[in-house]
Design a protein around this ligand. Sequence first.
Ligand SMILES: NC(=O)c1ccc[n+]([C@@H]2O[C@H](COP(=O)([O-])OP(=O)(O)OC[C@H]3O[C@@H](n4cnc5c(N)ncnc54)[C@H](OP(=O)(O)O)[C@@H]3O)[C@@H](O)[C@H]2O)c1
Length: 338
Amino acid sequence: MTKANLAVLGATGVVGRHILEILKELEVPYNSIKFLSSKKSAGTKLEFDGKEYTVEEAVPESFDGVNVVLASAGGSTSKLFAPEIVKRGGVIIDNSSAFRMDKDVPLVIAGVNDGDLKSHKGIIANPNCSTSQLMLALEPLNKAFKIKRLIVSTYQSVSGAGLKAINELKESTKASLNDEKFEPSAFKKDIAFNCIPQIDIFCDNGYTNEEMKVVRETKKILHLDENLPITCTAVRVPVFVSHSEAVDVEFELPVTKESVTEVLKNAYGVEVVDDTDNYVYPVPTEAAGKDPVYVGRIRKCLAFENGISFFCVADNLRIGAALNTVRLAKLVIEQGLY
Ligand SMILES: NC(=O)c1ccc[n+]([C@@H]2O[C@H](COP(=O)([O-])OP(=O)(O)OC[C@H]3O[C@@H](n4cnc5c(N)ncnc54)[C@H](OP(=O)(O)O)[C@@H]3O)[C@@H](O)[C@H]2O)c1
């Protein structure tokens, strides 16, 4: 495999720090690597691969000679730097939502639609975290039974909203236990012992942006018909890591619990944990820090004739962000797509 010059943009963030870990775990080959942040964290020392690095403030010239940028620094930062990276001949794998629905930008989950990588023009988008885990479970089911209708309800952890939100869950929980007043800032309501049915802003149709991301990104990644009915309700819950999803899906072809379980058992990146007699099913705390998308509670859906319901849980910081970013970077390097 060739070796590339890498940069991690947003290296000091929640996702960025996971990218560092996973670059080592997956043994991504590199000639050189640099770590970039905003001015705020510039100068921070980071340990990577047995060496100490100093985080630098990202400026356009930071990308001179860089082949692959793993970016998780927010949409406005990606919009600012992506043209600079592409102009310099580099490829950016972007975690933000800035380019996901751009028709010239492939939106890719490694192991689901790798073929789309080849069409990139310098920017590759990593899907939203709740879409990512869903795709690993749904792609093999779509291939086998053809999705006709999809209903998704998410229970999303606070780490999906970054470091500030993780700290807010800690602080608000402490305040609540001590009967103290707490003023939320990362969320619109107090997250302690609560469920907040708003992730991202509201759209004109009454859905949130997060919910519409699931709807639109699912169609783009699975190459589904634009008119295929998909609906989503996204809820923030007081969990630190791992998003959970209750999924009801109707298929064109007949399905049984057994046929769906068999497909999922053989699916890339999926682990079936489904033995309700022994209380075996996926939960967020047990998925945190792990790579698979865990699927359980598989059952015939009572609402549709060819329907299946299941519960799926995955570490949002890994499969929903950093793991997929690093897997994509590795594919780009392996396939010489830079
Ligand atoms: N958390 C998740 O589960 C998840 C999942 C999928 C996608 N994402 C996306 O990934 C991105 C990062 O999320 P996160 O949760 O890691 O956020 P975070 O913890 O707030 O980290 C943000 C990172 O971006 C850097 N940054 C901010 N402004 C910058 C600028 N102008 N120039 C260069 N670097 C800048 C920050 O540097 P400083 O330390 O200097 O502030 C920090 O390293 C977001 O776009 C988010 O939507 C997150």
